[in-house]
Every structure is written in structure tokens, then in C-alpha cells.
Design a protein around this ligand. Structure first.
Ligand code: SF4
Length: 698
């Protein structure tokens, strides 16, 4: 008997609802869920090809120790014994978990509980650090909480949508479809795209600003100064709900228009036109993604954007607000359970003793880690220099995706004990594991994810677990039990974990914290199975559903006010004689991360079949490179060989290379081998853009 199951796409942060149909013959097909509020039935190329990625070729189906097949008990005993021994001999900070925005919230919750509450270290960080941690830091500086104020429908309700550092058409395609449809219905709606490349997204823009890499702080500082000088700010909102306005405007006013033009690479006329459009349009949404976050000034960029919305009071009302678009399917869920090294569960603050005490009492934990742990780049440095002696990597492939990827590979290779939980047997990272643990993949997993608009949706299983694969949360709980914490890890199902997570969110909260889903604290198995997509917060009681935050202040700093943050234009991280080009990395339309799943679909691979570098025709000519030549790219950190794609969509002096390919799909194609491990000083997010490199014909 054919069955249909409602679940959620495992790729980007749009979080589209999917209906998976399993036919009588076992064949799977997918379609968009018309009732899911993120996509209303739409899917993009990746989502609609999900059924093509479900075969078991290359799957890790049994635990392995040192390359030989092992039983679960033996493997889990070994993991628990090695982690316990390292902690006993070298302290809790000698171990670490490196996890992933691919994990479900329930997996993330157990990982965080085990590390921060029971091991007693905060050395758990996630590949979401590479994705949106500058947005988290910017939110917390401005709002006192990691809150996304608006909802997707605000893009449809806006009169002006500013997309900065976001190739929405390729990276959040269904949101792009919604925006395109809104623009088709209301052609008077304006769209501004701010991106060094003329991307597909720029094709629907009324204005494309080909900004210089990392020119965003200068641009939004210039906008704030313009709004203040022209009297276009909301004095009531500023005085009632914010602080720091004068200081932020003073910092923003340091560059005059010609200097702003130099810092942004835009003409004075372009700057004036953008400033005027923002000034004269009431309903403005500013969306930002990795072009903002993946920068040594990422947090300042986020705050420069938020400053403009706070100064105009354009936040938390329909069609208005700053809007962070998360890259991964569950980056938001990870944030909610404290999956970042500097956060605690339920949006509590690891540096606040009150919050640590609340979490400790709720968990019945011996102690909760009292200081932030190592963020991703620092974590792998600690692996390299021997401070981390036992490392558990879950659902991610850092040998491909971390900056300075060759150094990360060397560090993992030299680590005394490495555990990898994955669905794929032979990844660039799994090759160096001492223990491999087989996890469940999409279609087998059972849990929840949160998308970019704070909407929690179920991922439901419709396939049997293959081989001996088990859920990530189960693996973590079993290791926790073996490490002596049995009483704290008795969860028998994801529903039980979700209920605990929901209860913690409401524990001694009383409106003091933004994240509250305690209405679900008593959820049982059947209710969890039937859980419909909902946006948080959903506290206990009968308070009306809150769709947006901050229209009338009520920020989460102790004084209830938002902060406008005075941000300075960063020094240019410029190309030089030895490395004359600026490299930006990013995504393509039809692949996801390191291609372990999308690489299985011939249809998806047909869009762009091999790794490439986009280069402007004049730059190509100057370097003696013709279209389709093989090109060697080099930085002080590494090299890659890719195909030349000569195009005037690319700004002169800039190169673009996708992040997806690895050495399994093309020789010497790991572009992150070139990327320096430079990070934002506030968020710790690596700067995967604006990297000086050289290019030559291979
Ligand atoms: Fe999946 Fe994102 Fe495409 Fe939606 S837009 S189908 S979530 S990849």
C-alpha cells in the first residue's frame, strides 16, 4: 500500500515542506507540501531531486573500528572509554565535538547536554559557525538575544527588499520564487541586490550594486549617516526603545561621499540613489546571508544593517526588518539548543551565572561549563597542537569545508582519537577516523528542524533504517550512559527529547528570554508525530501567537532597549602583487555542501558538471587564460585546479569559485584549501570571502 509522509527538505534554511510518497514497489517520489507555510507546495531543483539521492551506494552501514567492522557495543564502549580517559588524564577541555547544521534539533540537544552539562566543557561547535555565527553575534549585540524579528511573508509585503551578500536565486531558491511572484504581482516593489557578482538574483533587481568585497560596513554606515542628516529617522522609536544612536551616527559619519565611493567601489550617483530609495520607502526588508556573515568584519556588517532599521523604527512590523537568511536546514535549531561553543541551551548565555545555574538545575547536571568553548577554527588549531586529544565529528566534512583545509586534514590525521558519525563511508574526513559510526540519513531520521523564519517543522522517516545505522542522538546518549551519566540520558525517542527541550525553554523564563516553546513541554509521541509547522515563540498559556518581535521595543538587554552599535569601516584586505586577485567562495544552484548527497543525482550534476572559476574577460586575457582552460589557483595556504569560466558577470579583479567540490569528484578541487583561517573577532566566523589569490593557466 503506497504511503505519503509529510517531512522537510534537508538542504537550505528556507525549510520547505516535502511530501514523500513511497509506492507499492518501494520507489520514492517527492513533491512540495502545499500546506507548508515556508513553500506552499514549491520546491527548487535540489528539493525536487531528493528521491534521486536515496540509494545506499557508498553508505556507511555498520560501525567500524580501525577499518574493520565492529558491533555497536564494542564501538560505543571504545568511544566512551577514550573520551573518559582523556578527561581523567587531561581535563574536560581535552575533548571536543564538531557537529553540524544537518543534525536534527534532538541530536543537537543531546550533544550539547552531554558536552556542556556532563562532560563539563563547552568544546562543542558546529559547521554553522562557518555559516551564520556573525548574524548570531550581531543579533545579540543589538537585541540582547539571537532573535530573527520577522517572517518570510515580510519579503512579500515589503515595498523595498534589499538583498546583500545573498544570491537568493541559487542559495534560497524557493524564497526567491516567492519574492519573484510578489514582484510580478506588484511591479512597483523595488529590489536592490548588493553583490560583487551580477548573479542570477541580480536579474530581477531594479538596482544592482556591484560592491567591493567587504564594502558593506561603509555602505550601511553611509546610509545611517544619510538617514540621520536628512531627518529620515524615527525619533520616537530611537528615544523610547534604543540607545547608542548618537555614537553610531558619529562613527557612521566619518567618511564623506567620495571616501564612501572608494570604500564601496560604487559611484557617488549609485550611493545617492540607494540612500534616497531607502530613505523614501517605509516598508523595507534587508536580507543578508553569507556575503555578509563570512567576513572578518561580519558582525559589524550585521550591526551596520540593523542600525539602519533601528534608526528608522522599521523592525517587527509587516514588510519591515533586518532578515538573516541561514544557510543550513537546522542552523536555527542548533542555535536554540546551544550548539555553538559560546551559547547555552534555550538561548541562555553561558557567561551568565544565573543561566548556567538554571540549566544545571534543570538537567540535574554536576556542573555546567562556565566559559565559552573553542570555536571551529580555534578548535581545529587545538587539535593540531595537541590540546584536543579526542574529537567526535558528526554529520560534517571539515577536511573539505573548513578554511585552511589542508591544515585541518593534517590536524585530524594527527589527533590521537577521532570518531566520525556519518551516513557516507568514504568522505575526506571519514578516512582519518579511528571509529566510524553509521547514522541515519534524510528519509530515515525522525525529529525537528527550524528554518530562517523561526519555524519548527518535523522531519519524518519514511524509509527503514539501513544496515545497522542509528540516530545521532541515540549514539550520543549511549556514550553518555557509558561515561557514567545514565540517569540523564534515558530518552527513548525524539519526542521525549523535544519535550525536554521545550520544557527547558520555559524553565524560569517568564518572558525574560525570546526562545520559549514551553507550550510543547508535555508533548507525547502521537502529538509529536502529528506536530504541524509552527513559529516560535509558543509559551505555555493563552497569550496570543507572536509573529514578529520588537515593533514596540521589548528587547532582551537588561534595560529593554536595543543597541545601535558604533561600527568602523574595516581596513581593506586587499589583493597584492603576489596574489593579485580577490577570491570569493559560494554555492551553486544544484549542489549542496560537499556533494555527498547531491553528487548522486545526474540531473543535479548536469547543471554545472565540474568545479570552475568565474573570471572577468579582461582579467582572463591579462593572465593568458581562455574560456574552459584549466586554471591553477594559489594562496599562501594551498592550491586548487579548476576550469575557467570567463564572464563579465564577475567584477574585474574578483574571482568566484564554488565551495562544493572535493577530491572525490575532481582532483585538487577543494577550494577551502586556499582560504586563510582568518575569523571575525566577535563571532569567530571564518572569512570565506575576499581572499587574495593568484591565477595561472594550468
Ligand atoms: Fe530545499 Fe531550500 Fe530548495 Fe526549499 S529552497 S526545496 S529547503 S533546497
Amino acid at each position: 500500500m503506497a504511503q505519503e509522509v509529510k517531512t522537510t527538505c534537508p538542504y537550505c534554511g528556507v525549510g520547505c515542506g516535502v511530501i514523500a510518497r513511497v509506492g507499492d514497489d518501494g520507489a520514492v517520489s517527492v513533491k512540495g507540501d502545499p500546506e507548508h507555510p515556508a513553500n506552499f507546495g514549491r520546491l527548487c531543483s535540489k528539493g525536487s531531486a531528493l528521491a534521486e539521492t536515496l540509494d545506499l551506494d557508498g553508505r556507511l552501514l555498520h560501525p567500524e573500528i580501525g577499518g574493520r567492522r565492529a558491533g555497536w557495543s564494542e564501538a560505543l564502549d571504545l568511544v566512551a572509554e577514550r573520551f573518559s580517559r582523556s578527561i581523567a588524564e587531561h581535563g574536560p577541555d581535552s575533548v571536543a565535538f564538531y557537529v553540524s547544521g544537518q543534525l536534527l534539533t534532538e541530536d543537537y540537544y543531546i550533544a550539547n547536554k552531554l558536552m556542556k552539562g556532563f562532560i563539563g566543557s563547552a568544546n562543542i561547535d558546529t559547521n554553522s559557525r562557518l555559516c551564520m555565527s556573525s548574524s548570531v553575534a550581531g543579533h545579540r549585540r543589538a537585541f540582547g538575544s539571537d532573535t530573527v524579528p520577522g517572517a518570510y511573508e515580510d519579503l512579500e509585503l515589503a515595498e523595498l527588499v534589499v538583498l546583500t551578500g545573498s544570491n537568493l536565486a541559487w542559495c534560497h531558491p524557493v524564497l526567491y520564487q516567492r519574492l519573484s511572484a510578489a514582484k510580478a504581482n506588484r511591479p512597483e516593489m523595488k529590489i536592490v541586490v548588493i553583490d560583487p557578482r551580477r548573479t542570477m538574483t541580480a536579474d530581477i533587481a531594479d538596482m544592482h550594486l556591484a560592491i567591493a568585497p567587504d564594502g558593506d560596513v561603509a555602505l550601511f554606515n553611509g546610509l545611517l549617516a544619510h538617514l540621520a542628516a536628512s531627518g529620515a529617522v524615527d525619533r520616537n522609536y530611537i528615544s523610547n526603545y534604543t540607545s547608542g544612536f548618537d555614537e553610531a551616527v558619529a562613527a557612521a559619519s566619518r567618511l564623506d561621499l567620495p571616501a564612501l565611493s572608494t570604500a564601496t567601489g560604487l559611484t557617488v550617483a549609485q550611493l545617492r540613489a540607494f540612500f534616497r530609495l531607502f530613505e523614501t520607502t517605509e516598508k523595507v526588508v534587508t536580507c543578508y546571508s553569507q556575503g555578509v556573515n563570512q567576513s572578518a568584519a561580519g558582525t559589524d556588517k550585521v550591526n551596520a544593517i540593523i542600525n539602519c532599521h533601528l534608526a528608522t523604527g522599521r523592525i517587527g512590523r509587516p514588510g519591515m526588518g533586518p532578515f538573516s537568511l541561514t544557510g543550513q536546514p537546522n542552523a536555527m535549531g542548533g542555535r536554540e539548543v546551544g550548539g555553538l561553543a559560546n551559547m547555552l541551551a534555550a538561548h541562555m548565555d553561558i557567561e551568565k551565572s544565573l543561566h548556567r545555574d538554571q540549566v544545571r538545575r534543570f538537567w540535574g547536571a554536576p556542573s555546567v561549563a562556565s566559559k565559552p568553548g573553542l570555536k571551529a577554527v580555534d578548535m581545529f588549531r587545538a587539535v593540531a597542537d595537541g590540546r584536543i586529544k579526542a574529537l567526535w565529528i558528526m554529520a560534517t566534512n571539515p577536511v573539505v569545508s573548513m578554511p585552511d583545509a589542508d591544515a585541518v586534514e593534517a590536524a585530524i590525521k594527527a589527533c590521537p582519537f577521532v570518531v566520525v558519525s556519518d551516513i557516507v563511508r568514504d568522505t575526506d574526513t571519514a578516512r582519518h577516523a579511528h571509529v566510524l559510526l553509521p547514522s541515519l540519513g534524510w528519509g530515515e531520521k525522525d525529529g525537528t528542524v527550524t528554518n530562517s523564519e523561526r519555524r519548527i517543522s518535523r522531519q519524518r522517516p519514511f524509509l527503514a533504517a539501513p544496515g545497522e545505522a542509528r540516530p545521532d542522538w541515540w549514539q550520543l546518549a549511549e556514550v553518555g550512559r557509558r561515561m557514567g551519566f545514565a540517569a540523564a540520558f534515558t530518552h527513548g525517542s525524539p519526542a521525549v527529547i523535544f519535550a525536554e527541550h521545550a520544557a527547558l525553554s520555559g524553565f524560569e523564563n517568564e518572558g525574560r528570554r525570546d526562545f520559549d516553546i514551553s507550550a510543547h513541554a508535555e508533548i507525547d509521541g502521537p502529538a509529536y508525530d502529528g506536530l504541524r509547522p509552527f513559529q516560535w515563540p509558543q509559551p505555555q498559556g493563552s497569550a496570543p501567537q507572536k509573529k514578529r518581535f520588537f515593533a514596540e521595543g521589548a528587547f532582551y538587554h537588561p534595560d529593554g532597549r536595543a543597541r545601535l552599535v558604533a561600527v568602523e569601516v574595516p581596513r581593506p584586505r586587499s589583493a597584492n602583487d603576489a596574489f593579485p586577485f580577490t577570491l570569493n567562495t559560494g554555492r551553486v544552484r544544484d549542489h549542496w555542501h560537499t556533494m555527498t548527497r547531491t553528487g548522486k543525482s545526474a540531473r543535479l550534476s548536469g547543471h554545472l558538471a565540474e568545479p570552475f572559476v568565474e573570471i572577468h574577460p579582461r582579467d582572463a586575457q591579462g593572465a593568458g587564460i581562455s574560456d574552459a582552460d584549466l586554471v591553477t589557483l594559489e594562496s599562501p595556504h594551498g592550491a586548487a585546479i579548476v576550469r575557467a569560466l570567463v564572464t563579465d558577470r564577475q567584477a574585474e579583479g574578483n574571482l568566484f569559485v564554488p565551495m562544493h567540490w572535493n577530491d572525490q569528484f575532481a582532483s585538487k578541487a577543494r577550494i577551502d584549501a586556499l582560504v586563510a583561517p582568518v575569523t571575525d573577532p566577535v563571532s569567530g566566523q571564518p572569512a570565506s570571502k575576499n581572499m587574495p589569490v593568484r591565477a595561472s593557466r594550468f
